[in-house]
Design a protein around this ligand. Sequence first.
Ligand SMILES: Cc1cc2nc3c(=O)[nH]c(=O)nc-3n(C[C@H](O)[C@H](O)[C@H](O)COP(=O)(O)OP(=O)(O)OC[C@H]3O[C@@H](n4cnc5c(N)ncnc54)[C@H](O)[C@@H]3O)c2cc1C
Length: 366
Amino acid sequence: MSGPRVVVVGAGFAGAATALHLARAGARVVVLEREAMAGIHATSQNAGMLRTAIADPALARVAVAGARGVELARAWTDVPLVRPSGSLLLARGGPARRELEAVTPELSALRSTVRWLEPREAAARVPVLRDGAFDAALWSPDDGVVDSAEYFAALVRGARAHGAQLRLGVEVLGGDPGDDSRPARLDTPAGPLEADAVVIAGGAWSDVVAERLQVRRLGIVPYRRHLHATGPLATVDPSWPFVWAVDDEVYFRPESGGLLLSPCDQEPFAPCEPPADPANRELLARKVAVAFPGLIDLPIMRSWAGLRSFVPDHRFVLGRDPVARRVFWAAGLGGHGVTSAWEVGRIVAGAVLGTAPPPPEFAPGR
Ligand SMILES: Cc1cc2nc3c(=O)[nH]c(=O)nc-3n(C[C@H](O)[C@H](O)[C@H](O)COP(=O)(O)OP(=O)(O)OC[C@H]3O[C@@H](n4cnc5c(N)ncnc54)[C@H](O)[C@@H]3O)c2cc1C
């Protein structure tokens, strides 16, 4: 291979998808992952929902393309990756509904028709919504639930099949971003590595990685969010869509005969393996009582937390660093990194190889 030498820092969804697209296009790719296993942070702590009904049209476009990409990843797995459940976004007449209404025509143009349902139509699909506090529900038939562990494994397999190397237990501790006359350098306990281009795909640690490479931070802030799983519940039909009450910010979906739920908490948190706070179950119970009165007194069996990382405008950070010309970002994927991974990788690989300019709304220097 004679393509550019690219080092991707971080083996989560962002790093794996970027490595896959780069390696397919002929780059010589090395992925460095600090942990002994790939994908153990946000990439394995999420709810696995393929949600394309997003109020921000820029994010919705990437999510739609990303959701299509999940099917392309079937090339590297024998396991079906998606349960095509659809999604229901419940809204009252406030700003959340107006934002979703504004993006509905664009979503319908990109996917099969999304449409607004009356509460009784929504309850016909998910009977526990019968007494819910909502006026309308946005039905997105193409949304679904992805086996995110298997999807991530397929991306890694695909990247390796195209020649990318994954080096586990190798932390980037320092380095130099290089310039037009010299390559970038990454310092690791295994020795230094030179690269024609570096991709920062460090999730919650992306700004830490940047600083270690002497690149300016972009203000990426991790926020902790909890998920809670019940045991099996007789009332749950595993074919239900995922249901998200957008005004109250609480969601649920079927999982292993019971439900997986989140009260959509978002608390700024230092990059780490975040502990679950037992008090979060009370927040969940309060929100469920308001939004889904048909689901009170749920027997929660397991709770955990993960970090979602954002810059202030909540759009992704994809493409070339504004100052360090050899450094590229695949970061700030917030709560949409599973859905969008394929397209994120395609966009960042195009920016690194100079084959396609990334959408300016995601530019790191915006
Ligand atoms: C509770 C929760 C629910 C979610 N639900 C959904 C959902 O339903 N649908 C959806 O689309 N998205 C969801 N998400 C978001 C999604 O999980 C993330 O956007 C995505 O996993 C981010 O991937 P990443 O690769 O950017 O980060 P990560 O998975 O965190 O990967 C970054 C990697 O970089 C490595 N790293 C960091 N520093 C270094 C270093 N110095 N050297 C080497 N390696 C380093 C880390 O060890 C880590 O493995 C959810 C997230 C959370 C927390």
